[in-house]
Design a binder for this molecule. Structure first.
Ligand code: SAM
Length: 276
């Protein structure tokens, strides 16, 4: 009986090439082909390590079609690796559909763990790490981004976000607005690279630092925000969010009564808020 190959999910460095693990190298060397988000990028990585393997493009636009062909190839006995441009595949990167299809077909899917920007940032942030929520990238559109942040304002777990250079300033300002200027946060930039910087402070302070210094707006970012305390402030933030929604459809007093009940915040802290 023909034995299926294995699909290896291989983490690659997030900046420092020294972070490619020996097992990742062995795996990449051993597979029939490597599925890569950007084949040119991965070819350079392989060249650095003196490796040459067939590369197949697997990105968000072709993943559905490619998955079926790749599963057939795995079923035929070939082992394959999946890498993304940086860090751990599937973490804000393509691969989930391929992994799902492979698992559904009974193929062995095996991780080769390594760098992940979110976890690297969490490991140096000094914020509670026993429970955290990975939020990935916020929506690009300002209204959708603010809506998402409003929904997260009362979340008690530490929050992890990815952000790019061209939106970091806006995002910090929006976070200060949604979570309050005083909420502690950590901004991890260019981790493992030459200009690695980890800034901590309140959201208000971080927003100011980044607005004042163009160098702090360069590169790649992970933003980590302390969760809302289980305190009166968090309840009021949540209550105001609910009140704002309900008052679009209900008389203000009814909206405030319901919002107070749902959030546990005092009605007085919510009512008349929109009229401030
Ligand atoms: N799969 C990757 C991982 O495991 O971290 C993440 C891919 S996602 C498309 C790219 C985002 O990750 C960047 O926009 C940035 O927010 C974050 N990132 C990647 N490398 C980073 C680094 N060296 N320092 C800080 N953030 C980084």
């Amino acid at each position: 009986m023909l034995t299926s190959g294995t699909l290896h999910i291989v983490a690659t460095p997030i900046g420092n090439l020294g972070d490619l693990t020996p097992r990742a190298l062995d795996t990449l060397r051993s597979v029939a082909a490597i599925c890569a988000e950007d084949t040119r990028h991965t070819r350079q990585l392989l060249a650095h390590f003196g490796l040459e393997r067939p590369l197949l493009a697997l990105h968000q636009h072709n993943e559905d079609q490619q998955a079926a062909q790749l599963v057939a190839r795995l079923q035929g006995g070939d082992s394959l690796a999946l890498v993304s441009d940086a860090g751990t595949p599937l973490v804000s990167d393509p691969g989930f559909r391929l992994v799902r299809a492979a698992r559904a077909a009974g193929i062995r899917v095996s991780p080769v763990p390594g760098a992940c920007a979110a976890i690297a940032a969490l490991s140096v942030a000094g914020l509670a790490s026993d429970r955290f929520s990975f939020e990935g990238f916020l929506p690009a559109k300002a209204s959708a981004r603010r809506e998402r942040l409003a929904r997260l304002a009362a979340e008690p777990q530490t929050l992890l976000f990815y952000e790019s250079a061209h939106r970091i300033e806006e995002t910090l300002a929006d976070m200060a607005g949604a979570f309050g200027e005083q909420r502690p946060a950590v901004l991890a930039r260019e981790l493992t690279k030459l200009f690695e910087t980890v800034l901590d402070g309140t959201l208000g302070e971080l927003a100011q630092k980044v607005a004042a210094d163009p160098n702090q707006r360069k590169g790649e970012f992970v933003l980590i925000v302390e969760g809302a305390g289980d305190d009166a402030d968090a309840k009021v933030v949540e209550g105001r969010r609910i009140y704002a929604k309900l008052s679009e459809h209900l008389p203000p007093s009814t909206a405030a009564k319901l919002a107070a009940e749902l959030s546990g915040a005092p009605r007085k802290a919510l009512y008349g808020r929109n009229e401030d």
